[in-house]
Design a protein around this ligand. Structure first.
Ligand SMILES: Nc1nc2c(ncn2[C@@H]2O[C@H](COP(=O)(O)OP(=O)(O)O)[C@@H](O)[C@H]2O)c(=O)[nH]1
Ligand SMILES: [Mg+2]
Length: 425
């Protein structure tokens, strides 16, 4: 980036910061007003209520809180009250970087939200591990000098190490080599070209699907089956999706169709409670997952649900059973609500690297997949698997998760993703 551009971006970022700060101050004053009103109301109400009633309520409350605490213990290390509202950090590198990425996407100061800045900062932090092992070395090697065949070999190793996969790496490398044969490519220009190549790999399946981002269709039943092996983050992702969905005003329902793991339903209930979404389940041991889906569709139809999120098992007695169960679920959906919009989304744990690619190939055969969700991009040094999945399994990446909190999931944006992966500061 030239100096001039950098200064403009910094100016822009400062302006954005000042506006956000002002917004925040106004919100604070309003919040205080509301709180004063609340205190007044509470006083009046308290006077009205008889002593006996107060005591009864207390006992009820204690009971409920006890239950809540018990449930919350299932999901560890989470301060979800803290998690609900984004906070504005200092005017630091993270902030400047996030503002610059948004500006580069053509967003104006008044169009950005605190939430966007906050998410980009967290995504950048999340991908720090991948970046450390990849970009820092890459930048050292490229420097300001023109690219040489030797630096390209190093780049190849780095891409493979970030789990971009052989095919994606080959594709990018042959474009770069071709370019290098035609002209002298400077370091900065090389990075720009590399970013464009990587983005184009991620964009191929997205363009093919004709849906830039995956959103439920309003006033219609949308069913999203969430599949994947054990522990990749299916249940957590459903919790986050439920939050995203209700915040976007979709009528949402969750089906607890992982009946194989006893704790799975309980874990979903906690997430349901957090996002105020009902969970349809069958608590009897070894209940039939397909019948839970059947019941959930009935409820969804009765309630006018717009998005039904279906949690599924990651492991049954064996792999064949798992695939059979998934196709049974799919058949029930297709038979019962043939007009519903059905998505079958594979959850992959970024930290599992190339193993994720194997899983994707395995599920693609029998689970009729329409997209992928990459989780655990925080703390993983292998974010590159997204490229391999896009190129080799032809699956559009739909969401990415970078953390265990409710807000740590976002619709996938290839530009943001590659910028975060290759951020150079
Ligand atoms: N750090 C991190 N942990 C995650 C993320 N998503 C899920 N997890 C954790 O991964 C573990 C398994 O998640 P779970 O949703 O139960 O996986 P499932 O078996 O596929 O349903 C839990 O401890 C989650 O908190 C993520 O994006 N980042
Ligand atoms: Mg689960």
């Amino acid at each position: 980036m030239t100096n001039n551009n950098l200064e403009n971006s910094n100016d822009w970022a400062k302006k954005a910061y000042a506006q956000l700060k002002q917004k925040q101050e106004q919100q604070k004053i309003e919040q205080q007003k509301i709180e004063q009103q609340k205190i007044e109301q509470q006083k009046q109400e308290q006077q009205k209520i008889e002593q006996q009633k107060i005591e009864q309520q207390k006992i009820e409350q204690q009971k409920q809180e006890q239950q809540k605490v018990e449930r919350l213990e299932i999901i560890k290390d989470q301060d979800f009250i803290d998690d609900i509202k984004p906070k504005l950090g200092k005017f630091d590198e993270e902030f400047t970087w996030s503002a610059m990425v948004l500006a580069a996407q053509g967003k104006k100061v008044e169009q950005i939200s605190l939430d966007e800045i906050d998410w980009l900062s967290r995504l950048r932090k999340g991908l720090e591990e991948t970046r450390k092992g990849f970009v820092t070395e890459l930048l050292d090697k490229l420097g300001d000098d023109p690219l040489t065949p030797e630096t390209l070999d190093d780049l190849e190793t780095l891409l493979l190490r970030a789990d971009a996969g052989i095919n994606s790496t080959d594709k990018v490398m042959s474009s770069l080599r071709k370019k290098l044969n035609e002209e002298v490519v400077g370091g900065e220009q090389g990075i720009k070209f590399l970013k464009e190549e990587l983005i184009s790999i991620l964009e191929v399946p997205i363009k093919k699907s004709n849906k830039k981002i995956l959103v439920p269709e309003k006033d219609k039943l949308n069913i999203w089956l969430i599949v994947g092996v054990n522990g990749v983050g299916k249940t957590t992702t459903i919790g986050k999706l439920a939050h995203l969905s209700t915040s976007s005003k979709y009528k949402t329902l969750i089906a607890a169709a992982d009946t194989f793991r006893a704790a799975a339903v309980e874990q979903l209930m906690v997430w349901g409670e957090r996002s105020h979404v009902d969970v349809i389940s069958n608590q009897t041991k070894n209940a039939d997952p397909a019948s839970v889906v059947f019941d959930s569709i009935n409820s969804a139809l009765k309630r006018g649900t717009e998005l039904l999120l279906v949690d599924t098992a990651g492991r049954l007695q064996n792999k064949n059973n798992l695939m059979e169960e998934l196709s049974k679920i799919r058949k029930i959906i297709d038979k019962k609500v043939p007009n519903a919009n059905v998505e079958s989304l594979l959850v992959l744990d970024a930290s599992q690297g190339q193993n994720g690619l194997k899983q994707a190939k395995g599920f693609a055969k029998s689970a009729n997949l329409s997209g992928a969700i990459i989780t655990k991009l925080d703390g993983s040094s292998r974010g590159g698997v997204s490229l391999a999945v896009s190129l080799e399994v032809d699956l559009p990446i739909r969401f990415i998760g970078a953390g265990e909190g409710m807000r740590d999931l976002r619709p996938f944006n290839s530009f943001e993703f590659i910028e975060a992966l290759l951020a150079d500061k």
